[in-house]
Every structure is written in structure tokens, then in C-alpha cells.
Design a binder for this molecule. Structure first.
Ligand code: HT9
Ligand code: FE2
Length: 401
């Protein structure tokens, strides 16, 4: 007989979930092609029914084709999984990790079947998006909501979600260290070019998203109190924190810009695009830039192409010195900080939470374990809401009357 459970129980007024005896961790990510034959099927999975023009798909396919049809993202997730496994083992925590993707093998539905076959029933999901918003948060909740229904596991396997982690030391520390290094590198480049006193600008960059997604990011109760969309507000807060930790950044100009826009040209997305912004910076007398990719956790294709290829080329054309800060990847601070977040949610053998209190250093955190009503809401083309997990208004797993 299958067990029933109610996902609307077990958390407090602040969206904090009472620690549980989770028996598996699910690393949920985007997925990417692993050979030339995978490229188009992968892109069709990514854009299914979302009106990305064919020209944009052809253009993006080339980025992968030039890299042998391989996205680095899968290798990076395998490495993150291995690093998390070793950190958990080092702390004596027995929590097997499974990996599943939205857009490519291993698909999350197959992973769900596997972990259920292996006997797991209480799963904590770590999605690789750090911020609020549809693509980075709610879509992962939908992947699991739809996945549990599609596999028929919705009354057997319970999946909760680790909180978005933009505000945590885990996520921001690697950028702090990286910014120091990149500032030194650009300074050295300028000295070598005889411009020792040249002006350096710090350019924080993240994934552009449709304005409608940005405006829907986060719960209404928090959105209402902001002067700007919450996706942007969270990125500005991360940038501010990183700057506050790097003495060498004092007095330097900085900005927040966007990359990797897709979608139909008449649909508004967040702007400015990094390449346009760099042009304006050069015209305003900037001599070199440090690009800080605070939107992502690893150096995947959007970083390698849109920043290390395109934005770098733009800088070369404009005569700007360029250096790009590394993403967290498997930085020790990131890995151990993520395990700290996992510990916040885990009940030990003695029935006590492994870690009391929540780590948060950036304004706007700590984020909810359980999303508020209407959080990052986005309707399917037919006007319906897709099933989700891990929200106050999630329905998947509720015992049927
Ligand atoms: C907020 C956000 C994150 C960060 C949060 C997270 O990490 O989850 C992210 C991550 C990523 N985005 C990625 C790749 C792509 N994103 C696309 C399209 C889109 N992204 C969007 C947003 C985001 N995307 C949006 C609103 C679209 C429009 C269509 C849609 O609503 O889906 C397309 C389609 C073609 C194009 O137009 O570019 C591709 C190929 C890869 C993999 C890179 C690799 O392979 O190494 C990763 C990690
Ligand atoms: Fe994307």
C-alpha cells in the first residue's frame, strides 16, 4: 500500500520547514548536450512551446557545435555531486545523492524512478538556480510536480526543496575571492599597456529574463515592498555584498547588466545587454572591466560563450582590458556552505536538527523553504498553472478525498 502525505504540513509561518529525516538528496539541474547528435533535441526540450525564434536556436546550436556538441554543464554537475558526496561523508552524514535534469539525460523523471526503486521516500531537492524567479526556482518545482505525477510516485515519494541560496556565504564567498584576483589581473593588464592609472569598472552580469517573469519573481507580499523587480533586487544585493567585502573595489564604478537574451524581439526582457553596456562604458572613458557572473553557479556554455567569447571580443574591439571572475563551481566554500544548508534541514539520529539557525549574509535572505502563494507564478499557454512541489499552494502529494 502506498503512503499518503500532505505537503502543506510541517512548516512554520515564516516558510521554514521543520527538519526531517530525509533519505536522499536530488541535485536538479538544467542538463546539456553531450555530443553533436544531442544538440537539436536538447534545444527543442529547452524551448518546447515557449516561442524562441528558430534563428535564435540555430545561433545557440553553433555555440554547442563549436564545442564538439558538448556542454560543460554535465561534467560540472558530476563534479559538484562528487564534491558534495565527499563533504557529506566527511561530516558522517549518510545521504545518497541522485542527479536529474530538466532538459537532458539523466532526466529527472528517470532519476525519480531510480531513487524510488532504491527505496527512498523523503527527498530533498537542491536546484542549481540561486535566485527567485520562474526559470531559477518555480520551474524546478514544476519539474518535480509534473515528474511525480508522470511517474505515478506522487503518493509515495515526498520531495521538498532546499531554499534559494543567493544570500548565503556558500554562494557569495567564491565571488569575493574571485573579484580580488580579477581586479589584480586587470590592473596588471593596464600597467602592461602603459595605463597604470586607467579606470576599471566592475560589471556584474546575470541571465536576462522576460520582464513579465522578473515582475512575477517572489511572493506578492515581498514584491509589493520593492522599488524594482525582485530578481534584480536580489542581484543588486549580492553585488553590494561582494563589493563590501573587497577593499580594492572601493571607489570603483560598478553596474548590473544582463546576458543571453532570447525570446521574440518584441517581448521585453531585462536590459541592458552586456555588449551594449560595454560600448557605453568604453565611450565614458573606462579602460578595463572585471566581469562578475553572479547569475550562475558554474562556468557552463552561457558563461563560456556569451561572456568568455562574445563579451571578451566586444572588449577587444573597444580596447578594454577584460577579466572574468570564476563561478562557484566546486569551490570549497561553496560545497561546504551548501552542505551547511542541507544540515539546516536534516534531522540527526538523536532527533535533533543537525544545524540550528540559518546562514545568510545578503539583504533579502534567508529565503523560504516553502514558497508563498503565487510565488514566481507563470501560466502555461493554455492558461493553467502546472503542478508544483514545495509551496504553500502545491497540490502534488495531497491525499485525494
Ligand atoms: C534564469 C535562468 C537561468 C539561471 C538559473 C538556472 O541555472 O537554472 C538559466 C540557466 C541556464 N540556461 C541554459 C541554457 C539555455 N537557456 C535558454 C533559454 C532561457 N533561459 C532562461 C533563463 C535562465 N536560464 C530563459 C527565461 C530562457 C528562455 C526560454 C525558456 O523559458 O526556457 C536556452 C534556449 C536557447 C536560448 O535562447 O538561449 C538555452 C540553451 C543553461 C545551460 C548552459 C549549458 O548548456 O552549459 C543554464 C544553466
Ligand atoms: Fe537559460
Amino acid at each position: 500500500m502506498s503512503q499518503s502525505f500532505d505537503p502543506r504540513q510541517g512548516y512554520d509561518q515564516n516558510g521554514r520547514m521543520i527538519p526531517k529525516a530525509y533519505d536522499a538528496l536530488l541535485l536538479a539541474s538544467f542538463g546539456g548536450p553531450e555530443g553533436q547528435d544531442d544538440v537539436l533535441p536538447f534545444l527543442r526540450n529547452v524551448t518546447g512551446g515557449r516561442g524562441i525564434p528558430d534563428e535564435r536556436l540555430e545561433e545557440v546550436a553553433v555555440h554547442y557545435r563549436k564545442n564538439g556538441g558538448i556542454s560543460p554543464i554535465n561534467e560540472q554537475n558530476r563534479a559538484l555531486k562528487a564534491a558534495l558526496e565527499s563533504e557529506l561523508a566527511g561530516r558522517g552524514i549518510n545521504l545518497p545523492i541522485y542527479w536529474g535534469n530538466r532538459n537532458w539525460h539523466p532526466f529527472v523523471n528517470d532519476t525519480l524512478k531510480q531513487l524510488a526503486d532504491d527505496g527512498h521516500r523523503k527527498v530533498l531537492m537542491l536546484g542549481t538556480g540561486a535566485y527567485a524567479g520562474y526559470s531559477a526556482c518555480r520551474q524546478y518545482r514544476e519539474d518535480l510536480g509534473m515528474g511525480l505525477l508522470a511517474t505515478g510516485l506522487d503518493h509515495e515519494v515526498e520531495v521538498d526543496k532546499l531554499r534559494q541560496f543567493f544570500d548565503t556565504p556558500a554562494f557569495v564567498q567564491p565571488f569575493v575571492q574571485g573579484l580580488r584576483q580579477s581586479l589584480a589581473s586587470v590592473r596588471t593588464q593596464l600597467e602592461a599597456a602603459g595605463k597604470a592609472e586607467g579606470e576599471i569598472k566592475i560589471v556584474f552580469v546575470t541571465h536576462s529574463i522576460p520582464l513579465s517573469d522578473a515582475n512575477a519573481a517572489g511572493p506578492e507580499e515581498i514584491r509589493a515592498a520593492q522599488s524594482e523587480n525582485l530578481y534584480t533586487v536580489q542581484h543588486r544585493a549580492v553585488a553590494q555584498y561582494i563589493l563590501s567585502q573587497v577593499q580594492e573595489a572601493a571607489g570603483l564604478e560598478h553596474s548590473l547588466v544582463y546576458q543571453s537574451r532570447s525570446g521574440a524581439p518584441h517581448t521585453p526582457w531585462l536590459e541592458p545587454d552586456i555588449n551594449d553596456a560595454l560600448q557605453a562604458d568604453a565611450a565614458a572613458g573606462v579602460d578595463g572591466v572585471v566581469v562578475v557572473p553572479i547569475g550562475f553557479i558554474s562556468d557552463h556554455m552561457e558563461v563560456l560563450w556569451d561572456l568568455d567569447t562574445e563579451a571578451k571580443d566586444t572588449c577587444a574591439e573597444l580596447g578594454l582590458a577584460f577579466d572574468r571572475v570564476a563561478t562557484p563551481g566546486t569551490h570549497q566554500a561553496f560545497v561546504s556552505g551548501l552542505v551547511d544548508l542541507i544540515e539546516e534541514r536534516l534531522l540527526g539520529a538523536d532527533g535533533k536538527a543537525l544545524r540550528e539557525g540559518r546562514q545568510s549574509v545578503v539583504a533579502g535572505g534567508p529565503w523560504f523553504d516553502v514558497c508563498r502563494p503565487g510565488c514566481c507564478e507563470k501560466r502555461a499557454l493554455d492558461g493553467t498553472l502546472r503542478p508544483t512541489i514545495a509551496a504553500v499552494d502545491s497540490e502534488v502529494g495531497v491525499p485525494q478525498a
